[in-house]
Design a protein around this ligand. Sequence first.
Ligand SMILES: Nc1ncnc2c1ncn2[C@@H]1O[C@H](COP(=O)(O)OP(=O)(O)OP(=O)(O)O)[C@@H](O)[C@H]1O
Length: 254
Amino acid sequence: MIRVESLYKSFGEEPVLKGITTTFEQGKTNLIIGQSGSGKTVFLKCLLGLFTPEEGRIFFKEQAIDEMNIDQQRKLREDMGMVFQGSALFDSMNIEENVMFPLRMFSEKPREEMLERVNEVLARVNLEGVNSKYPSEISGGMQKRVAIARAIVNNPSFLFCDEPNSGLDPRTAILIDNLIQEITKEYNITTVINTHDMNSVMEIGENIVFLEKGVLAWQGNNREIFMTDNKNVTNFVYSSDLFKKIREIQIKEK
Ligand SMILES: Nc1ncnc2c1ncn2[C@@H]1O[C@H](COP(=O)(O)OP(=O)(O)OP(=O)(O)O)[C@@H](O)[C@H]1O
């Protein structure tokens, strides 16, 4: 579980996060959604420790980051997996080396042991036998699977995904969403996903945090999001062409 208390972050005079308080639950796919510029990436970067908030606190398993010593912070880093937008694989490394990278960063295990773990996670994302291929030799969907394998190789308690669906066709996007959700349940991970894909909201929105100009304007799940009276949320939901058409049909039928 991750608990966030009154988080404030600004750049110069510009306040970006204006007092966010929320909880991301363990074993669930927690989504951060909102219009472009609402502060989703800044929020995710605060959770990852890439930005330091001016005010507020973030608790990982009930321990505040600002109370952790260097050793505890290092352990927390090891306990975090990250799927970057566009996969961010290392082009000059083959798939095996890419997935092994976080293991080498945090452990001094013998290579055979690391390889065993690499093969285990590659099998989990249905990518056996691609070890010696390079990122440019596999499809975008496969690259995402490799990115997921790399993110879970250290068996993390926390998984962060920045727009994991970007650049994928709708069918592959749903497969990736489902894979992330399955892994979240299987390993009981606290997963936080930054997205503006309404299909993801529908498919895996177990706990959705809606940001509006740096404020947490609404929180709920993928059933509740269609019932809310919050106008900003409704505008966001029906901003996608598909949902706009469904909405028009619903209104006509009333
Ligand atoms: N490093 C930075 N320095 C200054 N301003 C920043 C920085 N990072 C983000 N901002 C500002 O913070 C605001 C929120 O940006 P953020 O990237 O979090 O939005 P977002 O909701 O993730 O948008 P998108 O969906 O387009 O990625 C924007 O006004 C942006 O210009």
